[in-house]
Ligand binder design. Structure first.
Ligand code: HEC
Length: 150
């Protein structure tokens, strides 16, 4: 019995050690000021602060990679999240969207935060400060609405 446990633990350690060899890239794509959301929209300070605190790790090229993002398999999950998040919505590449897409993204942002879909429970477990208050959601939706053509 005891040798079994030892084998399982040693096996687990070996798998973890080997998995460290597959290192996803944590190099953020460059940010070009002229392509960011700030280049075309006035993001008020409350909303900008909330995006920075709760969204930018997955929805911009300004991802802050925590120390545990070095360790597989967490590193793979975080890299995957950032890749998928940036594909869905990237504040650093905002001007690559057509006017229609920008309008749709603004509406989506309000609806995702109102439905409490974003920033997502796994993320807020690791980043409790990223949780949105009702006030944060209110500021975001008031802002997205103010950006729609009248
Ligand atoms: C942990 C990473 C992560 C964080 C943090 C995060 N998101 Fe997301 N978000 C995703 C991923 C992945 C997708 C695409 C898949 C999906 O819809 O679940 C997505 C999709 C979206 C979409 C849909 C875009 C579209 O056009 O389909 C919106 C809008 C969005 N997020 C807004 C936000 C906002 C606003 C915040 C901050 C309050 C936020 N997200 C925080 C990972 C994240």
């Amino acid at each position: 019995m005891r040798t079994w446990w030892k084998r399982i633990i040693l096996g687990g350690v070996a798998v973890l050690a080997i998995s460290q060899l597959a290192r996803p890239s944590r190099v953020n794509p460059p940010v070009t000021a002229a392509h960011t959301i700030d280049a075309v929209l006035t993001v008020n300070p409350e909303v900008a602060a909330t995006f920075k605190r709760s969204c930018n790790d997955c929805h911009s090229n300004l991802t802050v990679w925590p120390w545990y993002s070095n360790i597989a398999p967490v590193s793979w999950l975080l890299a995957y999240d950032a890749r998928r998040g940036r594909t869905a919505l990237n504040f650093s590449e905002w001007t690559t969207y057509s006017d229609k897409e920008q309008q749709d993204k603004l509406k989506e942002i309000c609806s995702e935060v109102s439905d409490k879909e974003m920033p997502g429970i796994p993320y807020t477990l690791l980043h409790p400060e990223a949780k949105l208050t009702d006030a944060d959601t209110g500021f975001i939706c008031a802002w997205t609405k103010s950006m729609q053509p009248k």
